[in-house]
Design a protein around this ligand. Structure first.
Ligand code: ADP
Ligand code: ADP
Ligand code: MG
Length: 476
């Protein structure tokens, strides 16, 4: 069994993992960089180690992290998401150091981390993938144009090593193709240090449906149902729902079985996610596999009652998965809204700064995963996600009600956040119906922004305050 875990991450996911350690009576080691010393994960871990002056570098420094783990007597490292979580070299170094990497084997991370290798492997195993090409970097311009013609416009260009919605370019006609390819290559090099780019058919207005996979080290693999992550902005998820409110039981079964087959083909262990695109005709295509815990894992936990971080730790320690597919019963609907410190009215520019008031939503079946507290100064260096609000109810309709209510209650002052933006989506007709695709925010952005009631609320508050003052004067 594991007795001490170093968490190679920060913020809400580090807090989430430390909580799971505490639940299991496992010691936790937080790491942090000097500018991040006030972050909540530093305060709640069993111990905390500073790993450098630079805000970011330490969190990406495999050597220092492994050395710190050894010095602290940790026997395992949990990478969370982002940072080094999908870096197979880091996983390999952890394995070679004789420590447990809480995740799949480094070779599996390597294969699945490259979207091309993953696609090839899936195709060989009879899993449907989005029609597309191999890496195009060695091709002449004419050949690339030929590929696009053959696939049929619109197409999408993607960085093989991409992630986080970056390195993706939509191309609607031949004139855009080569400039988009060159930009994509440049961005891929800058973001992922790998300029390999390939092409896929752009599935128009698809739904993003993904399956949570869970497996032990002995080939026992199951799925924990699906999440609908179609509410996205710039290919990044904003609201996630489990299970998907708009697919049939028949389709769910078929996609679930395919997801497990995909994980088996990859030789998967521990927790992971198989992402699919679903088109208008209910045809689904493998898109990629994420070899880590997902930001949106909480919605799956709420509908299945399975603690995914606890399972990750147990299986990484060598425990056998006693759950079988038939043991997984999903119950009700859960919805997550990602609250970020951003100004929706200013093109979602990050809004770091001091949190002067913090009151998370509460009440039955409302969960908040966050590292915020009153007086915390959100640093400008990191991802702008500051809280994940997860609600659960017996039906989709009631879950939407609860989401609205919880967003209404959720108060973060001092910095602008996306709470009102999310509330406007929660109140929209389309969201209520449960019928939307990945184009929803792009198509409706202006409408959503014009409906944001931040200003109205301020006006209303001011009106109420002045009425109260007037009444007080009268009564006196
Ligand atoms: P999820 O499906 O878990 O929501 P995302 O694609 O939203 O995953 O990414 C999760 C986090 O990890 C985000 O904060 C994102 O910025 C970061 N991330 C994901 N992939 C990469 C990558 N290849 N390089 C850098 N950051 C990444
Ligand atoms: P990342 O690694 O950045 O998460 P993905 O390949 O998972 O990249 O794609 C992210 C999002 O981009 C998807 O959820 C979807 O909205 C959009 N997307 C990706 N591939 C396609 C495609 N072939 N057609 C249409 N949309 C796509
Ligand atoms: Mg993805």
């Amino acid at each position: 069994m594991i007795s001490k875990v170093l968490i190679a991450n920060r913020g809400e996911i580090a807090v989430r993992i430390i909580r799971a350690c505490r639940d299991l009576h496992i010691q936790s080691v937080a790491i942090y960089t000097k500018p991040d010393e006030d972050c909540l994960h530093v305060k709640i871990a069993s111990e905390a180690k500073c790993i450098g002056e630079d805000a970011i570098k330490g969190y990406l420094d495999a050597k220092i992290i492994i050395q710190t783990a050894k010095e602290c007597g940790a026997d395992a490292i949990h990478p969370g998401y982002g940072f080094l979580s999908e870096n197979y070299e880091f996983a390999k170094m952890v394995e070679d150091a004789g420590l447990i990497f809480v995740g799949p084997k480094s070779q599996v991370i390597k294969n699945m981390g490259n979207k091309n290798i993953a696609r090839e492997l899936m195709q060989q195993n009879g899993i449907p993938v989005v029609p597309g090409t191999k890496v195009l970097n060695e091709c002449k311009e004419e050949e690339i144009k030929e590929f696009a013609k053959k696939i049929g416009y619109p197409v999408i260009l993607k960085a093989s090593g991409g992630g986080g919605g970056r390195g993706i370019k939509e191309v609607w006609n031949e004139d855009e193709l080569i400039p988009a390819f060159n930009t994509c290559k440049r961005e891929a090099k800058a973001y992922f240090n790998n300029d390999d780019v390939f092409m896929e058919k752009l599935i128009e207005n698809p739904r993003h449906i993904e399956f949570q996979i869970l497996g032990d080290n002995y080939g026992n693999i199951i799925h924990l149902c699906e999440r609908d992550c179609s509410i996205q902005r710039r290919h990044q998820k904003i609201i996630e729902i489990a299970p998907c409110p708009s697919i049939s039981e028949h389709l769910r079964k078929s996609m679930g079985a395919t997801a497990v087959a995909a994980a088996k083909a990859a030789g998967y262990t521990n927790a992971g996610t198989v992402e699919f695109l679903l088109d208008d005709y209910n045809r689904f295509y493998f898109m990629e596999m994420n070899t880590r815990i997902q930001v949106e894992h909480g919605v799956t936990e709420e509908i299945t009652g399975v603690d995914l971080i606890v399972r990750q730790l147990r299986y990484a320690a060598g425990q056998i998965q006693e759950l079988e597919q038939s043991d997984i019963k999903s119950n009700g609907f859960a919805i997550e809204a990602r609250i970020t410190a951003e100004d929706a009215n200013k093109n979602f520019i990050p809004t770091p700064g001091m949190v002067t008031e913090y009151y998370p939503a509460l009440g039955p079946s409302v969960r908040v995963d966050s590292h915020l507290y009153k007086g915390y100064k959100i640093p400008p260096f990191y991802d702008s996600l500051v809280a994940k609000l997860v609600v659960k109810a017996s039906s989709y309709d009631l879950a939407v009600n609860k989401l609205e209510r919880a967003l209404e209650e959720f108060t973060i002052e001092g910095v602008k956040t996306t709470i009102s933006f999310l509330k406007t989506i929660a109140k929209s007709k389309e969201f209520r119906k449960g019928i939307f695709d990945t184009s929803y925010i792009k198509t409706n952005l202006e409408k959503i922004l014009s409906n944001i009631d931040d200003k109205n609320k301020k006006d209303k508050d001011e009106i109420i305050a002045s009425i109260c003052a007037a009444l007080k004067d009268k009564l006196n």
